[in-house]
Design a protein around this ligand. Structure first.
Ligand code: SF4
Length: 376
């Protein structure tokens, strides 16, 4: 029987570190980038997947995958096709940042099979971009976006961030409207989270208040609706048929295999991630088993919890039938009391065999979802 798996490749390089970033990424010289790309090819070469495993989507993320020499992207995808069964209609996404793109790179990506580009813009306001430590201006984005269209990309996501230091309701709406007027197929809009250990964490930041941030969020959903985007997840909006299949798979707990430095995997009830130590990765990638760390086997209870709090991120919510098929128990038996409580409070809706967050529930989604931890 066919098994479907998603594939993630991590490219941990950026031109410069942004002020808010705690991802596993940073600058590196060309020899280091090449050594890493070769090691990643070796990991792909030496990773075993059964003949019945079909790769339904590939996501090349980072870091900034567009910061490395474009030929590597072609070689990664060729190697994936060579080693694995890649679905003919696989969604192949690559993250790319303005300021690291040009026409030649974009046409190599297209020829290599990348069919979805995810552009990290974050803001259409140059002073906000400077404050974030981004390497690009809005003008860079505009040029690169148009070049991507010329290169044949008909499925583009733009990442934006709200609740930035110094950002006002007006400047956020202006960013959003400006980007929506370019008509990308997909927009992700996340709130800034100040992570410990980042330069932002040590600075006095002029951040919008909680109420203002909530208003920014609801205004986002309204504005994007006017521009023809449907909200399908707490922070993600798409034109019809352009939901990110890779991310939907993640929220539905489709198995995924992560390759590259620090990349995480979920195969059945097994979870593991690659080493975050670059030297260890470079030395061990040809023996993938030796670089897999943090191995854990999820209990049925943990799998149920993940099913709920990942699935509830999506506006369509979670399916009672699917829950029963996966776990052999009804959702009502495990979560009936907590669902009833939130339905009565107006935080959840329960209809047509599905359970989802209501608008009021989305506003306090973290608190609601934490109630689905069975140990709490
Ligand atoms: S470009 Fe992205 S991954 Fe790189 S430092 Fe900035 S936020 Fe982090």
């Amino acid at each position: 029987m066919k098994q479907v798996t998603e594939l993630y490749l991590h490219i941990p390089f950026c031109v410069r570190k942004c002020e808010y970033c705690d991802f596993l990424s940073g600058p590196a010289d060309t020899p280091r980038q090449e050594a890493y790309a070769k090691a990643l090819l070796e990991e792909i070469e030496n990773t075993w997947l059964s003949d019945s495993t079909e790769i339904s989507s590939v996501f090349i993320g980072g870091g900034t995958p567009s910061a490395i020499q474009e030929e590597w992207i072609r070689r990664f995808l060729d190697k994936i096709r060579d080693r694995f069964w890649l679905a003919a209609d696989a969604e192949i996404t690559m993250e790319a940042n303005p300021g690291t793109l040009n026409r030649k790179k974009l046409s190599v990506y297209r020829e290599a099979g990348v069919n979805r580009l995810s552009m990290g813009l974050q803001s259409a306001d140059d002073s906000e971009l400077r404050r974030l430590g981004r390497i690009h201006t809005f003008r860079d984005f505009r040029e690169n976006f148009n070049e991507a269209r010329d290169a044949g990309f008909s499925n583009i996501n733009v990442d934006l961030m709200m609740a930035l230091p110094g950002q006002t309701q007006q400047s956020w709406m202006k960013s959003l409207e400006t980007v929506a007027s370019f008509s990308p197929e997909h927009i992700s809009a996340y709130s800034l989270i100040v992570e410990p250990g980042t330069p932002f964490a040590g600075q006095e930041l002029d951040l919008p208040g909680e109420e203002e941030e909530r208003q920014m969020y609801w205004d986002t959903t309204e504005l994007l609706k006017i521009f023809g985007y449907a909200q399908y997840e707490i922070s993600n909006f798409a034109k019809e048929g352009y939901e990110c299949r890779h991310n939907v798979g993640y929220w539905m707990r489709t198995p995924y295999l992560g390759l590259g430095l620090g990349a995480a995997s979920l195969i059945g009830e097994k979870r593991f991630s690659n080493t975050e130590n670059m030297d260890e990765y470079l030395g061990g990638s040809k023996d993938p088993d030796s670089i897999r760390k943090n191995r854990e086997t999820l209990s049925v209870r943990e799998q149920m919890e993940e099913f709920m709090f990942l699935g509830l991120r999506m506006t369509e919510g979670v399916s009672e039938n699917r829950f029963f098929r996966l776990f052999g128990k009804s959702m009502d038996e495990i979560y009936g009391a907590v669902i009833d409580r939130f339905v009565k409070l107006g935080m959840m809706e329960h209809a047509d065999g599905r359970v989802r967050l209501s608008r009021a529930g989305i506003s306090v989604s973290n608190a609601v979802m934490s109630e689905f931890l069975l140990s709490s």
